[in-house]
Design a protein around this ligand. Structure first.
Ligand code: FES
Length: 129
């Protein structure tokens, strides 16, 4: 049912946790099952995501997709990371069963929200000089 990559990321999830005083935080819930994901990011002055962590309440697919999301985002410029879609996450995992595709939406959504949170804070900080 699940690919080897899904099982690997479920059994050995990467980047679990929460960054203290993160530069951005995003929370995404699933309307289908009530599960949710929190992603926190650290962004350097070059606007590269240097660290990213996640905490999830969810199923096997959600844990694996969240873990993969952090791997795809780490080291990317924030504007490149904004383009990471649930399709990218599913493909990187070697596929997900159709009924589990919605679990990968958590990763893409929470990451986008974390980046927008960062960009919003930066905009305000820049305005204040
Ligand atoms: S069933 Fe809820 S995230 Fe997968």
């Amino acid at each position: 049912m699940f690919s080897e990559k899904v099982i690997d990321h479920f059994q050995n999830p990467r980047n679990v946790g929460r960054i203290e005083e993160a530069d951005g935080e995003g929370i995404m819930g699933s309307g289908e099952c009530g599960d949710y994901l929190v992603i926190t990011i650290r962004v350097c002055s070059e606007e590269i995501i240097t660290d990213v962590k996640f905490q999830v309440k969810g199923c096997v697919a959600a844990v694996a997709a969240s873990s993969m999301t952090t791997e795809l985002a780490k080291g990317k410029h924030v504007y490149d990371a904004l383009n990471i879609s649930e399709i990218d996450i599913v493909n990187a995992l070697g596929g997900l069963p159709d009924e589990k595709i919605h679990c990968s939406v958590l990763g893409a959504g929470a990451l986008k929200k974390a980046i927008y949170d960062y960009l919003g804070k930066k905009y305000i900080a820049d305005k204040q000089g």
